[in-house]
Design a protein around this ligand. Sequence first.
Ligand SMILES: C[S@@+](CC[C@H](N)C(=O)[O-])C[C@H]1O[C@@H](n2cnc3c(N)ncnc32)[C@H](O)[C@@H]1O
Length: 280
Amino acid sequence: MTERVRYKQAVRGAFDRAAASYDRAAIVQREICHRLLDFASRHTPDGRVAHVLDAGCGTGYGLADLAARFPDATLVALDFAPAMLEQLPGRGEPGAAGPLCADLEALPLATGSIDLAWSSLALQWCDPALALAELARVLRPGGAAWVATLGPETLAELRAAFALVDDAEHVLRFTAPETLLGLARQQGFTVAAHARGPSYALASDLRGLLRDIKAIGAHSVGAARRRAPLGREAWRMLEAAYEPHRRDDGRLPATYDVVLLALKKESGPDARGGTQPPWS
Ligand SMILES: C[S@@+](CC[C@H](N)C(=O)[O-])C[C@H]1O[C@@H](n2cnc3c(N)ncnc32)[C@H](O)[C@@H]1O
């Protein structure tokens, strides 16, 4: 088994295990969904929006906003963690988003079949070149991709604190926004808009911050390898190294370096919009 396959299995397993606790802890993730919608809604696809993909939908938090914004569209809710899809609201009811358990890097959707692709906080778990290539492939000309992902300053406090404790890589490396923009253009996207700015998770202590990161499934960050738990002395050092970040309101922050992208698939000769069903 390759390192990449092991990594993916570890990520999927972490999100499967987190499915039941995700909604309780996903405060920053909800804020980022709203930020993405506010930011990107000025950059709608050309023509009719008949098929909307939520790529890496998790428990489906973005779907309600997308259904309200595009009431006539068919929503496809895609995630590779089956337990996340089991949490989708109204699952199986008429009008609910169709769940699709699949990998964002290999979408089982027809080329040119999607009018709008939405993806909030899934791309940072993927190979961004593969994921952006797949989003570009399934979008029809004139379609749009609205993406929220994380930049290199994400969890910078935790990365710096761990660096004082040991030499291991504890925090995932995040792709620089300039690299993402270059990859998007290579895939035939026009960048309609991009923005970057932090959101903060807050807790009264480091244990609480890490518990919330675990509850949303993001604790396998950094490596697929299992590490031994931190010893008492290492934990004490980690807490002490994190302490200078405490804010005036008494809470400890964890930074999410949020990168928002509104991408347009370049229009072909016929971009009237309104696609054939993606699974034909
Ligand atoms: C942090 S959650 C975000 C969920 C949701 N979009 C939200 O905003 O609440 C990331 C989701 O991406 C999914 N994911 C990560 N890598 C994926 C991949 N390669 N293919 C499909 N889903 C993936 C995870 O299973 C998880 O449900």
